[in-house]
Design a binder for this molecule. Structure first.
Ligand code: GLU
Length: 264
C-alpha cells in the first residue's frame, strides 16, 4: 500500500512536469533568441536616431553612425550578412521595454550597463565607454556642475544622467526632453542653462556649432553594452555577441570605428 502511494506520487510529479513543459506560460520556455535570429535571417536592432555620431538619419534617409556600423558588423558575425539588420528607432526611455518584449532582438544605442538595468535586461561585454559631461553656451558662467544650483538643466528622459543629476545637484531645476535635439534647441533659446549627458554625444553638438561648448569635467563612467532579453533564451546570443566584440577589438575595428566617427 505504501509502495503504491509512492508510485502514484512519482507518476503525478512526472505528469505535472510534462504538462508544465508543454503548456506553461511562454516566459518559462521562451524560444532561443539566437536560433530565432538565425532562422529569420535578419536581426532587429533598436537604435537611437537622434544621437550623432552613434545613430542618426543621413541625407538619403539611411541610418548611420558608430552604433549603426557596429550593428552591421554584429549581423555579419551572426547571420553572415551586414545587410541583415532591420533597424528599429528607440529612445532612452523606451528601449528597455522594446528589448524585453521582443520588439527588437538587441539594443545598440549608447546604452550604459548599470546594475538597475541588469535587473531587467542582459548585456554584452562593454564595447566602448563615455562620461557624463555638461554642454553650455560658449562663454557661459557655468564652468562646473556646482554652478548648476538653482539653474535650469536639460536631461534626456530615461538616461543615466537624468538619474545622476538628482543626486549630484539636488537644487538644480531639472527639465526632461524626449530627444537630444529638443534639449539642444532649449539650450540655444536660453530656456535651459546646460544639458547634461554623455560626452560622446554632446561633443558632436560642440564640434558642429561653436556657440556651444563641452566643459572638460566628467561626472561618471558609462560603459556601453548591447542589451537583450534576460534569461536562458539569450545565453547563446550573448556568447556570440561577446565573441564578436572581442574579435572586433582585437582586429582594431573598434578603434577604426572610433576614428571614423570622430571619437578618438
Ligand atoms: N549612456 C547614457 C544612458 O545609457 C546616455 C546616452 C543615451 O542613452 O542616450 O543612459
Amino acid at each position: 500500500m505504501k509502495n503504491l502511494a509512492i508510485l502514484l506520487t512519482v507518476i503525478f510529479i512526472i505528469m505535472a512536469g510534462i504538462y508544465f513543459f508543454l503548456f506553461a506560460p511562454e516566459k518559462y520556455h521562451q524560444p532561443d533568441l539566437y536560433d530565432e535570429i538565425m532562422q529569420r535571417g535578419t536581426i532587429k536592432v533598436g537604435i537611437n536616431i537622434d544621437s550623432k555620431p552613434f545613430g542618426f538619419v543621413d541625407e538619403k534617409g539611411e541610418i548611420q553612425g558608430y552604433d549603426a556600423d557596429l550593428a552591421r558588423y554584429i549581423a555579419h558575425y551572426l547571420v553572415k550578412s551586414p545587410n541583415a539588420v532591420k533597424f528599429v528607432p528607440v529612445t532612452p526611455a523606451n528601449r528597455m521595454l522594446k528589448a524585453s518584449t521582443g520588439e527588437v532582438d538587441i539594443v545598440i544605442a549608447t546604452m550604459t550597463i548599470t546594475p538597475q538595468r541588469q535587473e531587467i535586461l542582459d548585456f554584452s561585454i562593454p564595447y566602448d565607454s563615455a562620461g557624463q559631461a555638461l554642454l553650455v553656451k560658449t562663454g557661459s558662467r557655468i564652468t562646473s556642475i556646482n554652478d548648476l544650483a538653482g539653474q535650469n538643466v536639460g536631461v534626456i528622459f530615461g538616461t543615466t544622467a537624468e538619474k545622476n543629476m538628482q543626486n549630484l545637484v539636488p537644487s538644480a531645476n531639472i527639465l526632461g526632453f524626449k530627444t537630444y535635439h529638443d534639449a539642444y534647441e532649449a539650450l540655444k533659446s536660453g530656456a535651459i542653462n546646460a544639458i547634461t549627458s554623455d560626452d560622446t554625444i554632446l561633443s558632436g553638438f560642440a564640434l558642429e556649432d561653436k556657440s556651444v561648448t563641452l566643459l572638460p569635467k566628467r561626472y561618471s563612467r558609462e560603459p556601453y553594452g548591447i542589451g537583450f532579453k534576460q534569461g536562458q533564451c539569450s545565453v547563446k546570443l550573448k556568447q556570440n555577441i561577446d565573441f564578436a566584440i572581442t574579435d572586433l577589438r582585437q582586429k582594431n575595428v573598434i578603434n577604426r570605428l572610433r576614428k571614423k566617427w570622430g571619437l578618438g
